[in-house]
Design a protein around this ligand. Structure first.
Ligand code: HEC
Length: 196
């Protein structure tokens, strides 16, 4: 019996050692443009969903899907997220496909997780992926507006869709028409940094 137990424990230790050496000595492919293996995505996606499900608070979204709130959410999305997740003019943004794991293209693959989970992912980001944590740069109210926008992306009122088309057509280099104050305050912040 003791021998069996020792054999079992040695087996586990050997497996862990092999896994450690595999990772530590460079057998894991580091390229972001490698093809995402089906086994990996079958394990990773449910693991991420389960981890978020376990951690996200069950706070209710305080932001109503009025035209005004949806337009506000759309503007925040267009400025911060469209580059990776696509928009009404570029449903498949090639930049989003340059990440590993790939950034989901929300007009093709709706962000249909419960709102408290979308809020959590936006606030905290996703470790070991290109998804940044937005908590440091967007306050809770803005993240809820984004969350409301994501939940309604596929069924936007015509006026919000029209505003989105205009926002998405704006030249990428110029600041969007209505965000002058935000850009200015960003510049101000970065100018203040060296003095600290
Ligand atoms: C630099 C690229 C990049 C930017 C900018 C970005 N994301 Fe992401 N996002 C990703 C990647 C990559 C993933 C996939 C992470 C994974 O599958 O592990 C992701 C995943 C997500 C998910 C989870 C989707 C799912 O089905 O699991 C949500 C929600 C999300 N992003 C929302 C946003 C929002 C909202 C913004 C803007 C505030 C944003 N992202 C900005 C790259 C980005």
């Amino acid at each position: 019996m003791i021998r069996l137990l020792i054999g079992f424990l040695l087996g586990i230790a050997l497996t862990l050692l092999i896994a450690f050496c595999y990772v530590r000595y460079g057998f894991v492919d580091p390229r972001a443009d490698a093809e995402v293996g089906s086994l990996e995505s079958k394990i990773a996606m449910p693991a991420l969903d389960a981890a978020v499900d376990r951690r996200a608070s069950d706070a209710k979204n305080p932001v109503q899907p009025t035209d005004e709130n949806l337009t506000a959410g759309m503007n925040i999305y267009q400025q911060n997220c469209a580059e990776c997740h696509g928009d009404i003019q570029r449903r498949q943004n090639p930049f989003g496909a340059s990440f590993y794991p790939r950034a989901p293209q929300f007009l093709e693959d709706a962000p249909d997780m419960p709102e408290n989970q979308n809020f959590y992912i936006i606030q905290h980001g996703v470790r070991l992926s290109g998804m940044p944590a937005w908590g440091p740069s967007l306050d809770d109210q803005k993240i809820w507006k984004l969350t409301t926008f994501l939940s309604h992306m596929g069924k936007l009122p015509p006026s919000v869709s029209a505003a989105w088309k205009t926002a998405a057509s704006a030249p990428e280099t110029g600041p969007p028409k209505d965000s002058g104050s935000k850009i200015q305050s960003k510049e101000k912040k970065s100018m203040e940094l060296p003095t600290h």
